[in-house]
Ligand binder design. Structure first.
Ligand code: RIB
Ligand code: CA
Length: 318
């Protein structure tokens, strides 16, 4: 069975890093590129972090493309308070030896969509600015994408960056609206399903004692974030992008997705960045999101554990 081409748009970011380790650890997918945006921290850091992660997993062959260094229209704050100012826990790791390609992320998304037309799995783990730029350059992009999986939103308004909004949608809601209006069906791992699938801090720390460079790397960059959760009295932590990547890599371990119309609120004020789901289909809009409601927790943890150990444990029954 040929491996599925996987293109990941990301703002690494400690949870992005675990999702990327999961992707590189999956035998059924081939990572064909990382396109990078600003979000958790500034673009110079997110690009450096993407390059560093590829080096840790021995995949300097995977191209990294720098993209948007800010939202489309309105500035937004970063999430350095939870990822560290450099996005990788201020761990002080040596920078990767290589640099990013010259091609802009939005152009790389379009080119790779042609190279892998009809088979491409596109996973977005950060603000949707690069995808929105690609769509404005070429609105036919969705026709060439087999699956689009997004980590973002809060489908009943339980946000993380505000009362109602999740960070990726909130950071660039104009981009999010462009993406959710352009793709006929986005598989969505929102913040609320992430809350239903936490990871034990102690479990994670045990998994990071596995031998090998991946576990050691992740132990170094995640300490800042795990401390953040522990200092607030939590024995569990939420790794948003890892949930989205589990859905992307092994959709068979997800409960049936709920297909609904979803819109993004742009108005400045307390509701900006909210992802408003028409649960009763009272409006005229088409279903444009397939919402992840639940995922096999044991399987999710096996994917995380395997990614840290650099070993892939296939699902029961193969
Ligand atoms: O709200 C969580 C999302 O925002 C994750 O993708 C995290 O990395 C940040 O980008
Ligand atoms: Ca992210």
């Amino acid at each position: 069975m040929p491996r599925i081409p996987l293109l990941i748009d990301t703002d690494p970011g400690v949870d992005d890093a675990l999702a990327l380790l999961m992707a590189f650890n999956d035998p059924g997918h081939e990572v064909v590129g990382l396109t990078v945006c600003a979000g958790n921290v500034g673009l110079e850091h997110t690009v450096a972090n993407a390059l560093k992660l590829c080096e840790v997993v021995g995949r300097d062959d995977v191209p990294v493309f720098a993209g948007a260094d800010r939202p489309l229209l309105h500035p937004a704050g970063d999430a350095g308070y939870i990822h560290g100012r450099d996005g990788f826990g201020e761990a002080g790791l040596a920078p990767a030896a290589r640099g990013a390609r010259d091609e802009h992320a939005a152009l790389a998304i379009l080119r790779l969509s042609h190279e892998h037309a009809g088979r491409l799995l596109l996973v977005a783990l950060g603000p949707l600015t690069n995808l929105a730029l690609a769509l404005r350059l070429d609105p036919t992009l969705p026709q060439r994408v087999a699956r689009c999986v997004v980590m973002g939103g809060a489908v009943t308004g339980k946000g993380n960056v505000s009362d109602v909004a999740e960070f990726n949608a909130w950071f660039d809601p104009e981009a999010a609206r462009i993406v959710f209006e352009a793709f006929p069906r986005v598989e969505l791992a929102d913040w609320e399903v992430v809350l239903r699938h936490p990871l034990g801090v102690a479990d994670t720390e045990a998994w990071m004692r596995a031998p090998g460079p991946r576990a050691a790397f992740y132990a170094a960059i995640s300490r800042f974030t795990l401390d953040w959760w522990r200092e607030r009295g939590h024995a569990e932590w939420c790794c948003a992008d890892a949930v989205a990547m589990a859905l992307a890599l092994e959709p068979g371990s997800a409960a049936p997705l709920e297909e609904r119309p979803m819109a993004v609120e742009l108005a400045h004020g307390p509701g900006r960045g909210a992802t408003v789901v028409d649960w009763e289909r009272s409006g005229a809009g088409p279903d444009n999101v397939a919402i992840l409601m639940d995922y096999d927790q044991a399987r999710f943890e096996a994917l995380v554990r395997g990614a840290l150990a650099g070993l892939h444990e296939g699902p029961a029954g193969g």
